[in-house]
Design a protein around this ligand. Structure first.
Ligand code: FES
Ligand code: FES
Length: 181
């Protein structure tokens, strides 16, 4: 089977029942993605596939052959940490760090959803073409990623630095400009 993980090819024959999470951790050696509940409830295993966030514990690896998989290891580059990672450090967005890889990938996927105009449970105007990124919106949209250390305030502060309403001029803008009909 052929996978593309963090822009690198990875070949491995695995049992068809192998989850994407186990492929990443046990076969590709990418242990940044964490296994929390292993049943889709905590978000610790969140990764990006073609820019969309998914919980990798509920995904069969075989479904993602040839797709662009991004894990936390793929966020930083030769220049250093991804700016969102730096914001997590600056805002104390973690304590033990177990949920952090999932929080980072989820936040980047969330920003792409905002760009595409996808509403959330707390979006007041479902016809808006531009989603507002209030703290309430960010909190709701990140509610699938649990932090047992209770670092949620710092996590939302860090994400707000990037995607909040007052930060529209920030350098990082996700590359998914189309609005879904
Ligand atoms: S480990 Fe996948 S959602 Fe908890
Ligand atoms: S920082 Fe420990 S679980 Fe979130």
């Amino acid at each position: 089977m052929h996978f593309v993980i963090n822009e690198e090819d990875f070949e491995r024959e695995v049992d068809l029942r192998t989850s994407l999470l186990d492929l990443l951790r046990d076969h590709a050696g990418l242990t940044g993605t964490k296994k929390g509940c292993n049943q889709g409830a905590c978000g610790a295993c969140t990764v990006l596939v073609d820019g969309e966030r998914i919980v990798s514990c509920l995904a069969l690896a075989v479904q993602y052959e040839g797709r662009a998989i991004t894990t936390v290891e793929g966020l930083a580059d030769a220049a250093g940490l991804h700016p969102l990672q730096r914001a997590f450090v600056e805002h104390d967005g973690f304590q033990c760090g177990y949920c952090t890889p999932g929080q980072l990938c989820s936040a980047i996927g969330m920003a792409a959803e905002l760009q595409r105009g996808l509403p959330s449970h707390v979006t007041a105007d479902l016809t808006a073409t531009t989603m507002r990124t209030t703290r309430e919106e960010l909190t709701e949209r990140m509610s699938g990623n649990l932090c047992r250390c209770g670092a949620h305030n710092g996590i939302i502060d860090a994400i707000d630095e990037f995607f909040g309403d007052d930060r529209a001029d920030h350098a990082y803008v996700p590359e998914t400009p189309e609005k879904v009909a």
